[in-house]
Ligand binder design. Structure first.
Ligand code: SAM
Length: 306
């Protein structure tokens, strides 16, 4: 029999990040022990490691996430070679010495909440990769693919090669039960103009996808392109599935999940980013103009039917 449980977040002294905001946001949520009542199609402000403790085990279909970095990088307005006032401030990074512990902690909770048939896609730059790969192994995830996302316009330096890729680790809990939709984007026999197989090309593990530039719009310092998230959603989920992003940033994973009729759950520790993501989700906004007087870019809930 299902028992109804009310959870309260207790503040942990050992937590690397403060969780006051989450305790006020989540403490009122009442969930049943094996259902996600109160969680779906919501995002929460606070530390995801504490927040995800409230999610029942084996309840999430897919996790797509881009965790914070462990480098000495403060995304303050002045660090950005862009129109400064449009970049929201407050990016949270993890100190280098605590990065492995932090990574193990969030990956452990994700493992518990993921369904046996579920998958996770974790994005990482090369400087954090070792910690993430080791943590995934230690927690018990099986690696399915090591995908490279190749983007345009890396930063040119005179003394080394230009970094123009990101790693995306596709992992699962139980490879025998893992769900994958091989022809979600291209039929088995669809060909390109030169006669090459489109479904083969789409399934190569190097993905060449452009970054999105939001000139004149508000933005957070890092953002995954919608095309990237859309591709993952098509291959590893179906309409109605539950998609979790513990590190929302601008809310891209939740926004694209909503566009593709998946349910979303997400966490973001920085209030300004959380509010930005919430505004996008509540108003079906894709891009938000810096000034409320400008016309805003709405996203289309019939997106897939176009
Ligand atoms: C690399 S960014 C994610 C960007 C996101 N994928 C997007 O497309 O906008 C990582 C985010 O994690 C947030 N963050 C850092 N530590 C966190 C924690 N313990 N819980 C929740 N969010 C956290 C940071 O504030 C940052 O916005």
């Amino acid at each position: 029999m299902r028992s109804k449980i009310s959870y309260k977040i207790r503040k942990k002294k050992t937590s690397p990040i403060k969780d006051e905001a989450l305790s006020t946001t989540c403490s009122t949520i009442s969930i049943t022990s094996d259902k996600l009542d109160g969680f779906t199609d919501k995002i929460f402000q606070g530390d995801c490691i504490n927040g995800m403790q409230l999610i029942p085990s084996n309840s999430i279909d897919l996790v797509i996430t881009d965790p914070p970095f462990a480098i000495d990088f403060k995304a303050k307005r002045s660090n950005y070679n862009r129109t400064a006032s449009r970049v929201l401030e407050g990016y949270t990074e993890i100190p280098r010495g605590k990065y492995y512990e932090f990574t193990i902690n969030w990956i452990k909770v994700v493992y518990r909440v993921l369904k046996e048939s579920g998958s996770m896609y974790v994005f990482s730059g090369w400087n954090n990769l070792k910690d993430i790969l080791n943590a995934l192994d230690e927690v018990g995830f099986t690696t399915v693919n090591h995908i490279i996302w190749k983007y345009q316009f890396g930063v040119v330096t005179k003394r080394k090669f230009v970094t123009s890729h990101y790693h995306c680790l596709y992992v699962c809990k139980n490879d025998n039960k893992r769900i994958f939709f091989p022809y979600a984007r291209y039929e088995k026999n669809s060909k390109d103009r030169g006669g090459g197989s489109l479904h083969y090309e789409d399934k190569e593990d190097v993905w060449v996808i452009k970054r999105e530039y939001w000139n004149g719009d508000q933005k957070t310092p890092t953002k995954l392109p919608a095309e990237l998230i859309e591709k993952i959603l098509h291959y590893s989920s179906k309409e109605g599935d539950i998609v979790l992003d513990p590190f929302l940033g601008s809310g891209q994973v939740a926004v694209v999940s909503k566009m593709l009729k998946r349910h979303y759950i997400g966490f973001e520790i920085v209030k300004e980013y959380y509010e930005f993501a919430k505004k996008r989700l509540e108003n079906n906004l894709y891009r938000i103009k810096s000034s409320d007087k400008d016309e805003q870019t709405l996203f289309d809930l019939n997106y897939e039917k176009r």
